[in-house]
Design a protein around this ligand. Structure first.
Ligand code: NDP
Ligand code: 8X3
Length: 253
């Protein structure tokens, strides 16, 4: 039987690239996200290209009842999740705290923190029952550092690392690995979403240097997921070569 990975936020960026990487290596894949048209398209592509089993679950991680019923809908095969890639997340806006937009704050906290927790809460008992599993949570360089205007986004990504380290202590008794990957600047739809599809503002984030590609991050996630049973990579911080930290990026000057 193939290994199984459940990827939240597989309709774009890291999640979509990870779905390709794992499927290419003969994992069966559960893909999730809110944009059902993209999920359906990806399901067909993965099945046809890699000849693996794919299950699409169309739900919003912010909605607890949707998360519960999506996980409860898994049949005996799909319950055997080897890896949960808790990836769904977003930056919504960027600006000083005194000008903060409440709806953006709620969205980031509800998605990046509460949504990740809901998935962790619903999926970890399935792993505990099998006495094996691996939870890989996606934080960010913004989970290590802060930058002006990053306030709530940075807070959510710091929270992902705190939750992960604490969950690791709970899960160690059940033979379950918990890891965190923290990418720096990567060109996905992240900045388009953050800047409300303003292509100029989003594009400016990646001008003058080579950012990470979604595939670079997927490669690292695959490496984390395929270590021997006795090895757990707790944390991985991956940045573009040109980026030294959250505020210093070399652009040839
Ligand atoms: P993308 O915008 O390309 O992908 C985000 C994915 O998350 C989409 O598939 C989206 O699917 C899904 N998603 C967002 N909100 C929800 C929700 N409420 N319910 C279900 N799915 C949701 O960005 P990235 O691939 O770059 O981002 C993936 C993760 O990586 C995020 O957690 C982000 O914070 C983090 N990150 C990104 C970095 C970057 O520079 N790009 C760097 C470090 C971390 P849909 O809209 O269909 O629901
Ligand atoms: C996204 C990367 O540096 O813009 O997590 O916060 S950053």
């Amino acid at each position: 039987m193939n290994n199984i990975i459940l990827i939240t936020g597989a309709t774009s960026g890291f999640g979509e690239a990870a779905a390709h990487k794992f499927a290419q290596n003969k994992w069966d894949i559960i893909i999730t996200g809110r944009r059902n048209d993209r999920l359906q398209k990806l399901e067909t592509t993965l099945q046809e290209k890699y000849n693996v089993d794919v299950l699409s679950l169309n739900f919003d991680v912010k909605e607890l009842e949707e998360v519960k019923s999506a996980v409860a809908s898994l049949n005996e095969k799909w319950k055997n999740i080897d890896v949960l890639l808790n990836n769904a997340g977003l930056g919504a806006g960027r600006g000083p705290i005194q000008e903060g937009v409440y709806d953006d704050w709620e969205q980031m906290i509800d998605t990046n923190v509460k949504g990740l927790l809901y998935m962790l809460r619903e999926v970890s008992p399935l792993m505990i029952a099998r006495k094996k599993g691996h939870i890989i949570n996606v934080s960010s360089l913004a989970g290590w550092e802060v930058y002006g205007g990053g306030n709530v986004y940075c807070a959510t990504k710091h929270a992902v690392r705190a939750i992960s380290r604490s969950a690791r202590i709970d899960m160690v008794h059940h033979n379950i690995k918990v890891s965190v990957i923290s990418p720096g600047a990567a060109e996905t739809e992240f900045s388009l979403v953050r800047f409300k599809w303003d292509t100029k503002k989003a594009g400016a984030m990646y001008e003058g240097y080579q950012p990470l590609k979604a595939e670079d991050v997927a490669e690292s996630i695959y490496f984390m997921a395929t270590q021997p049973a006795h090895v757990n990579i707790e944390e991985m911080l991956i940045q573009p070569t040109a980026q030294a930290n959250a505020t210093i990026t070399y652009k040839g000057n």
